[in-house]
Design a protein around this ligand. Structure first.
Ligand code: PMP
Length: 451
């Protein structure tokens, strides 16, 4: 018998990424504690995927909760054009200090997709703003044939480069720079053109270099998920090859946008995935773990080179972008609190422990029968993230194997949500070794059952 909560959920709520035809049963979570989620019947689930890769220190963390409460009593929201507040300023100065490269300015938004939209718009307008004549001197009138008569990028840089297999969010700009697939299919005719190149390795790199020699000068920006392509199936790239690619891209003066929405704040073992590379980005996108997974917040950080293109008396060279909740004081406070926890030796130790245990589990997977029989493929790790594929006919997100594994794992008290046939673990840092071992054991159990 369904609870009233579940009945009303079914009546009134449309859940994300969920087919509305015979929608699967929803679980009502009423409490979270550490790495555990507790449902309305008292069942507990180890959150092995950090609730869509956001939770860092565990659910309902008392330190973050207390800071939020104190801030809520002081200032919950204020318009961010013409006004500022202490949590935003403190957070921005902290981020500028710790981000890789020479980040100088922090632009706030609401989530990962908006952080990406902001980055793309900044990069495109950066080139438009190179126009020497004031943009305001161009006739701005709407004419049916020509549209708004502003100059095309005066430098001729109007192409965008992204990696095959990428995912950068669900808004139109973010979808445009993401791999075309089941998520974007309904909108293909409305997405802007993007040039996709292969993730770099020794086989793909020479072709990309050749391509950049021919087309590099026409490209405005390159957006990439450093080291791990998350939603594309936790595909991992060697730091060496990504660094080589960035060297080439930067030699053509292309603006480099690191989408660290998923990889930021320790997931890859360093504070940012870009910290593994010598080449630094011009723009960085952050969200998810930014607030420890407590609240929605997006950040787009940029260097002085990017920012300076917007410092102009010509009003049309302004960056006309902003969201109602830009730099919400509660979200900034959560981010500051999460950062305090992240910098503690205890948290660094927890990350190291997860990495050590992951290494052992990958070894165990490689020694397993399932691996020997080719039933599990490509076990891999990057920092606190591990992934492997289950061999199957369908290699895409709609693979039904995902739901099967999800349901089986829940029965054993573990939350897993494979991306198609890619099984992965991306736990909150507070997960205990016992809990993590339980996650591994449940995975092995399921794999053996499905052999
Ligand atoms: N970029 C990356 C790399 C992501 O993994 C995601 C979300 N999975 C996004 C952007 C979009 O973030 P959001 O869901 O917060 O809009």
């Amino acid at each position: 018998m369904e609870s009233e909560l579940i009945q009303n959920d079914g009546k009134f709520i449309w859940h994300p990424y969920t087919s509305q035809f015979q929608a699967p049963e929803t679980i009502a979570i009423v409490e979270g504690k550490g790495s555990k989620l507790i449902d309305e019947h008292g069942n507990t689930y180890i959150d092995a995927i950090s609730s869509w890769w956001v939770t860092l220190h565990g659910h309902a963390h008392p330190y973050i909760a207390e800071k939020l409460y104190q801030q809520a009593l002081k200032l919950e929201q204020v318009i961010f054009a013409g006004f500022t507040h202490p949590p935003a300023v403190q957070l921005a100065s902290k981020l500028v200090e710790v981000l890789p490269g020479n980040m100088r300015k922090i632009f706030f938004s609401d989530n990962g997709s908006t952080a990406v939209e902001v980055a793309l718009k900044m990069a495109v307008q950066y080139w438009k703003n190179q126009e020497q004549k004031p943009l305001a001197s161009h006739t701005i009138q709407f004419d049916d044939e020509q549209g708004l008569s502003l100059p095309v990028s005066p430098t001729g840089r109007n192409k965008i480069l992204a990696l095959r297999n990428s995912y950068h969010g669900d808004t139109f700009g973010a979808m445009s720079v993401s791999e075309r697939g089941v998520f974007t299919k309904a909108f293909h005719d409305m997405l802007f053109d993007v040039i996709f190149i292969d993730a770099p390795d020794e086989t793909t790199f020479p072709t990309t270099v050749e391509f950049l020699e021919e087309t590099g000068e026409e490209i405005a920006c390159f957006i990439y998920e450093p080291l791990v392509q998350g939603a594309g199936g936790m595909q991992m790239t060697e730091p060496h090859w990504l660094n080589e690619l960035l060297t080439e891209v930067k030699s053509k003066n292309i603006i480099c946008i690191a989408d660290e929405v998923m990889t930021g704040f320790g997931r890859t073992g360093k504070l940012f995935a870009s910290s593994y590379l010598n080449e630094t980005p011009d723009i960085v996108c952050l969200s998810k773990g930014l607030t420890g997974g407590t609240m929605a917040l997006g950040v787009t950080a940029c260097t002085e080179k990017i920012h300076s293109a917007f410092v102009n008396e010509d009003k049309l060279k302004t960056f006309f972008h902003g969201h109602s909740f830009t730099a919400n004081p509660l979200a900034c406070t959560a981010a500051l609190a999460s950062f305090d926890l992240l910098m503690k030796d205890e948290c660094i130790g927890q990350i190291e422990k997860i990495i050590d245990l992951h290494i052992l589990f990958i070894e165990q997977l490689k020694k397993s029968d399932a691996y020997a029989k080719g039933f599990i493929l490509n076990p891999r790790q990057c920092g606190t993230i591990i992934a492997f594929e289950m061999k199957d006919k369908h290699n895409d997100y709609l693979n039904p194997i995902s739901k099967k594994i999800h349901r089986k794992a829940l029965k054993h008290g573990v939350l897993l949500r494979p991306l198609g046939n890619t099984v992965y673990v991306l736990p909150p840092y507070c997960i205990t070794p016992e809990e993590l071992n339980k996650v591994y054991n449940v995975i092995m159990l399921i794999v053996e059952e499905m052999l």
